[in-house]
Design a protein around this ligand. Structure first.
Ligand SMILES: C[S@@+](CC[C@H](N)C(=O)[O-])C[C@H]1O[C@@H](n2cnc3c(N)ncnc32)[C@H](O)[C@@H]1O
Length: 239
């Protein structure tokens, strides 16, 4: 997958993109990331990407031309992109969306700053508007990293064991179950016996029950009939 991030601050993204799973995804060739500074597509001598808002008010607004020219240049060079605009008024980003984005060959993420984008760039190009939550950050760089990382760990061959992605929170079964490692006893707290007994049928049943309980307790909005049915099954089996 080719993923281009349009940003005014490429240097802020570079270190994180080289770290851990994102670095591995690129080293394995599953992901190619290009950081593109859309200031390079300005035509005036001040290289201005923003200007005061028509109608008055605080802050500055991103001008449409540099972003439009930057996207045009990238699409002429690489072909069409699935274009994502990072914006608080977008559709909240979810795991199922990350799963759908993995199918794309080329993704472009556009990071805003200041008061955001001139509305006409939103109208002129076809964007998939994404928000990473109901809060406002100063720029789209952290949202771009969130989306990039969520996608990268789903690309085939990137995670050492692909089962880890399949059993995590927000996949088919709501939230993840609790995890434990050594030591077996820590500050008087013992690892549940079932996890050390080696009976994988019982372990799977215990984990399924914990997933269901945790989902019902913390995120009842994620529950559906299937989850409630599983809870009843677990209770019937006495796990
Ligand atoms: C200060 S924000 C602009 C906020 C905008 N005036 C509003 O109230 O919706 C600047 C940029 O940060 C990014 N941003 C901030 N919060 C975000 C969020 N929750 N999700 C996605 N992008 C966000 C967007 O790219 C946005 O254009």
């Amino acid at each position: 997958m080719l993923l281009c991030i349009l940003t005014l601050f490429p240097e802020a993204l570079q270190p994180y993109l080289g770290t851990s799973i994102l670095g591995i995804a690129q080293a394995k060739g599953a992901l190619v990331v290009r950081l593109v500074d859309f200031r390079d597509f300005t035509r005036d001598r001040h290289r201005s990407v923003d200007d005061r808002p028509f109608g008055g008010g605080p802050g500055m607004v991103l001008k449409p031309e540099p972003i439009f020219d930057c996207v045009g240049w990238l699409e002429r060079r690489y072909g069409a992109f699935h274009k994502i605009l990072l914006t608080p008024d977008g559709v909240p980003f979810r795991q199922e969306k990350a799963r759908r984005l993995v199918e794309k060959d080329r993704i472009l993420l556009c990071c805003g700053r200041y008061e955001g984008f001139d509305e006409r760039i939103r109208e002129e190009l076809e964007w998939d508007d994404i928000s990473i939550g109901d809060f406002v950050l100063s720029g789209g760089e952290l949202p771009a990293l969130c989306v990039t990382e969520a996608i990268s760990r789903l690309l085939p061959g990137v995670l050492g064991d692909e089962r880890s992605a399949e059993t995590e929170s927000f996949e088919a079964e709501g939230l993840d179950h609790p995890h434990y490692t050594r030591p077996r006893v820590w500050r008087g707290r013992e690892v549940p016996d079932v996890l050390t007994g080696g009976d994988h049928v019982r372990i799977d049943a215990w984990r399924a029950k914990r997933r269901t309980e945790r989902t019902l307790d913390r995120r009842p909005d994620l529950t559906n009939e299937q989850t409630n049915e599983r809870k009843n099954d677990c209770e019937d089996q006495g796990s």
